[in-house]
Design a protein around this ligand. Sequence first.
Ligand code: G3I
Length: 300
Amino acid sequence: ASTLGASAAESGRYFGAAVSTQYLSEAGYANTLATEFNSVVAENAMKWDATEPNPGQFNFSGGDQLVSWAQARGMKVRGHTLVWHAQQPGWAQGLTGQNLRNAMLNHIAGVANHYEGKVFAWDVVNEAFEWDGSRRQSNLQQQLGNGWIEEAFRAADAADPTARLCYNDYGTDAINAKSTAIYNMVRDFKSRGVPIDCVGFQSHVAANENLSSYQANLQRFADLGVDVEITELDVGQGTGQAGTFETITKACMAIARCTGITVWGVTDKYSWRTDNPLLFDGNYQKKPAYHSVLAALNNG
Ligand code: G3I
């Protein structure tokens, strides 16, 4: 097929982009998104600070706007993210003990319930591990102890039994200490019946990233009985940019349980990175990386 989304769909996969709703009114942005992609995720609008600015008072305006926009165009929506150490509202940051636990569980219930039937997957927990495989010493970890991730997944499952529930992280682009710690957690969850369906590999990488174990890493997770998704793909500029996008796309295509790819933005001009890491340039022109991804989706 001739677009990213249609090409991915031929193998039952999605090809998505992270979206900042503020840019949907820009014609080039909206047209590129609607033409090339068949899935969206909110870059910020569904995070804790945006959706619950005051305790128990939910604001779904940005997320709802994106869902409506996507549904009107037949596009799928990923949910990002229910619980994260970053972008917590100020009121939650200082909570301790049972107050933080209740706030986390109430937040998950409120947001996941609101979007039930509207998002196909949730990043339930984001970025809870360090490079060495230890738990990140966030307020959640320090106040709630090791069990907080399991508690979050159980709460998400109760609030929305239909969405696929994912653990999502970066720096998991190889078989390394971090990805192995996550692997061990997923294996433990599966053995004890903790509801987890998928693992998201953010894949914020450099043009010369060593991806020699990228596919094998995804495969070992798939072999645990979870889906794998590439959730925030972007690649720094440089001679290896197109080839690196191609390697990652091919890895997903080679794994039956790799259900789709999301790039972390539509155009270089609105990327969170300054090294032009996306598939379309600032004028919405297709870059060499676009063509390598399209070919990999069609030939993979
Ligand atoms: O909402 C305020 C706005 O009111 C204010 O005027 C403006 C002024 O700077 O700031 C706005 O908040 C910014 C927000 O994006 C929305 O634009 C924050 O300062 C800024 O820190 C925030 O950055 C986001 C970042 O997550 C926060 O950690 C990026 O857009 C977003 O791309 C990035 O996404 C993360 C994923 O969620 C998780 N994985 C890593 C990825 C990249 O960091």
